[in-house]
Ligand binder design. Sequence first.
Ligand code: ZN
Length: 378
Amino acid sequence: MPDRESDLDNFKIYSNTSSWGRDYVAAVCEDCDWNFLILPDLQTVHCPHCYKSTLKSIPEGEMELPYSRAPELVVPFQITLESMDDGIEKFSSKIPFAPKDMTSQNMRSRLCRLFLPMWLVDTEVQAQWWAEVGSNYKVVSHQAHYDDHRGGWSSREVEEGRIRWEPRLGRLGRNYHNISTPALEEDMIIKQEMGAFKLGEAVEYQVKEIENSFVRLPNRDTKDAWVEATPAIQTAAAEECRQAAGADHIRQFSWKPQYSNNNWTLMLLPLYTTYYLDAEKVAQPVFIHGQTGQIMGVRRASMKRGQRMSLIILVIAVLIFLLSIILAVASVALPILLVIGVLGFAIALLTAAGAVVPIAMVWQFNRRQKAGRSPYFT
Ligand SMILES: [Zn+2]
């Protein structure tokens, strides 16, 4: 993640968000360094990303907002609360001795709506292009084969699909609208962990779409984002050249584009964030994809619950042990009881050894989780 200094250098100067429909203030979490737009009355809330610190508003002038114009598109939240409950239950069911606090009721009561930014760029392109375009055609041939049972030689018709390639060149003048490109350094991790967003379901921005929500500010400037936008433009251009040539295929497309009038806007993507308290009362963030319900977060097993279970098993072992002693003493009167008593000792020993299992399970599970992915998108 780039440091804030270099972010500031790259961002243009903005002073207000009135075109967003509400006056937001910029806020920062000093723990995870994520920047947000929030409503002024939300300033005392915890960071909806790491849940470690409360957000601090950034005094005007200290950091310019990276975008003063209202976003162009918003992908709305789509998952139902029921499917969210199912997802949370599935998430916690994979944890042995899940923390007591990890219930869908708790996690739902702490839900935060967070929008992640994505850049959209419009551009005009003038270009010369070269490519090989291919047209499908069919070749009919005859194959002869010999069959004793069918009176010797016979032939049958075989149809084969082929492509005829020919070179083409041309000029192209086009406007491309809303080519999406990442506005966050963490974009790749988010996609890998939670899956992509269905951008086709975006609607026009209206302030009501982002009521009671946090908006994550871009940490990637448009110069960097442009580098990732151009391959998508080239792919779109190649497809258009194929169509213009009336061809079925295109390959080795190359071009010399000249871009002009780039216009940058934002699209917002929906993410729920919430948390649960682990056994040490530390908030562990959990992220829920606003369209698919896909969950990402660190699963922490509760050592306290593991220890309690170990203690219960140990108490059972002691009881079996005591019972075995009683049986051994009673065997003076009834010798057969000695066998049961000895068997009891063995069972007590095995049970006592088993008492270590819950603690070991929790320890190993938490260790594996720690070695795995990061709890945050960083
Ligand atoms: Zn944070």
